[in-house]
Design a protein. Structure first.
Length: 488
């Protein structure tokens, strides 16, 4: 008998509601509703999220799901990390909900490090330094807002709260905040005490796969879904995506969740928190079953997305397939960049940022639109090589295979570049890993799938993947030598 589940997945560019159907050992997905996700901006608050608008879209999706008249078992929300809701005593959101690209972040970094040194923060949390981590965002908050707040809850978990009224922080999401100790499985008392923050205001932490409650009565009635369960699977989208990586046994593989951001790493049973991991800025996030996702957060398709956005303003409405074709036609290795350089984080004009980087490093600027895209993709693939070498150094593992999941796995040119640059076989797919992982963990929580290993085998049987083998090793090795001068 088929079982059905809903996954609500929030990404940096869009959100969607997905229907998952498990039938006879195979898992199928159907997109029910997709909607744009664009931050708002004003002089008072800067960049912030339109939470009311996003939740209205979620409710539209619920109504579409209800109209299908299927026996849907449950729903779970996943989303990007680091952003959060402040809830008042009645559980209502205190606006605004800031966007991680808000300019206030540096102020938060300065405030936090005036209270507690970076070395102590890393020793407590094992999380890489990124200026928009929740810790620094909270450090930039108006103390009056923090005093007014009864609960601080990560964004994905906040949407689960809007669905069922239960405010809990799921472990994979809590671990991204840089306020969580992966060895104790709780909020870091050392970090919170240094900041003078009340740990009781942080939502209580629950394991991945926790059954939170049922859909609020008004949502159940309006959607026609009834009192379906709300489950905290892996609320962090990368945690959900890695849960769906169709890997078998062994320790010779790494993963790359490829989208606006690229998150690359390995699965471990225990965290690695030492001076070298801090120097390399590797992070220890929680995965399903309290596993550790040792990874680096890298700039992903963001650079290409921003170039595309700029060209669209100029009247060039390229789709991603056209951009890949233009890149393939461009001359290889004319210019290279370090995609993780701070200049690419949030520039007013990405093309000008690339040009300036090239001039700074005595390179010619890209001459065509395809050359810009090729520069970004080649550089990204070379960055993958650097991070995989560092992961191998930290773990002592010999890595032979890279699983690329997420939307970026559909970019065949980048997949081939990744294989060429790393010298590894690249297994691309599934593209919908985040939604698949979300749904798979719901099925496990409800007892419909025996365990995680069984779930990954179901995904291997259900989803097509494509394998890319390395080519042109000598040429890519030479390019890597040039790339290394950028200090990535």
């Amino acid at each position: 008998m088929a079982t059905h589940y809903l996954a609500c997945d929030f990404g940096a560019e869009s959100g969607r509601l997905m229907l998952g159907t498990l039938d006879d050992g195979r898992l199928a997905l159907e997109e029910l509703h997709r909607f744009p996700n664009t931050p708002l901006e004003n002089d008072e608050h800067g960049l912030h999220w339109n939470i009311a608008g996003l939740f209205a879209e979620v409710q539209k999706g619920l109504a579409i799901a209800g109209s299908r008249n299927l026996p849907i078992s449950s729903i779970s929300v996943d989303g990007w990390g680091v952003d959060y809701f402040l809830l008042d005593a009645d559980g209502e959101i205190i606006e605004p909900t800031f966007c991680y690209r808000n300019e206030r972040n540096q102020r938060g970094v300065d405030h936090v490090f005036s209270k507690i040194p970076w070395e102590t923060v890393y020793a407590q949390t094992g999380i890489q330094f990124i200026q928009f981590n929740t810790l620094y965002q909270l450090g930039a908050e108006d103390p009056k807002r923090l005093e007014q707040a009864a609960t601080v809850i990560p964004l994905g978990d906040g949407f689960n709260h809007l669905l069922c009224g239960v405010a809990k922080a799921e472990a994979s999401m809590a671990s991204t905040t840089q306020m969580y100790d992966p060895r104790t499985g709780d909020w870091s008392a050392t970090v919170l005490q240094a900041m003078g923050w009340d740990s009781g205001k942080l939502a209580g932490i629950v394991p991945s796969g926790t059954r939170l409650g049922t859909l609020k009565p008004e949502l159940a009635a309006a959607s026609g879904l009834g009192a379906i369960e709300v489950i905290a699977t892996c609320s962090h989208d990368t945690g959900a995506a890695v849960a769906a990586v169709p890997a078998g046994q062994g320790q010779d593989w790494a993963y790359l969740s490829s989208g606006t951001w690229s998150l690359m790493g390995v699965e471990l049973p225990e965290p690695i928190i030492n001076e070298r991991s801090r120097e390399l800025n590797f992070t220890n996030e929680i995965g399903y079953g309290n596993s550790i996702r040792l990874l680096r957060n890298l700039t992903g398709m963001w650079i290409v997305q921003e170039c595309r956005r700029h060209w669209k303003k100029q009247g060039h409405g390229y789709d991603y397939a056209t951009l890949a074709r233009l890149a393939e036609e461009a001359e290889p290795f004319v210019t290279l960049i370090n995609p993780d350089d701070d200049c690419f984080f949030s520039p007013d004009n990405m093309l000008e940022a690339i040009d300036e980087f090239c001039r700074r490093h005595s390179q010619s600027v890209p001459a065509t639109h395809g050359a810009y895209v090729r520069c970004a993709l080649e550089s990204l693939a070379l960055l993958y090589r650097r991070r995989l070498e560092q992961a191998a150094e930290l773990t002592g593992r010999t890595l032979r295979r890279l699983h690329i999941v997420g939307g970026g796995s559909k970019n065949a040119l980048l997949n081939q570049f990744a294989a060429n640059a790393t010298g590894m076989d690249v297994v691309a797919g599934p593209a919908e890993a985040t939604a698949l992982g979300n749904i798979l963990l719901q099925a496990i929580a409800l007892g419909h799938v025996e365990d995680h290993a069984t779930g990954r085998s179901i995904i291997r049987e259900s989803m097509d993947v494509e394998v890319f083998q390395p080519q042109d090793a000598e040429t890519w090795d030479a390019a890597y030598g040039r790339f290394s001068q950028f200090g990535a």
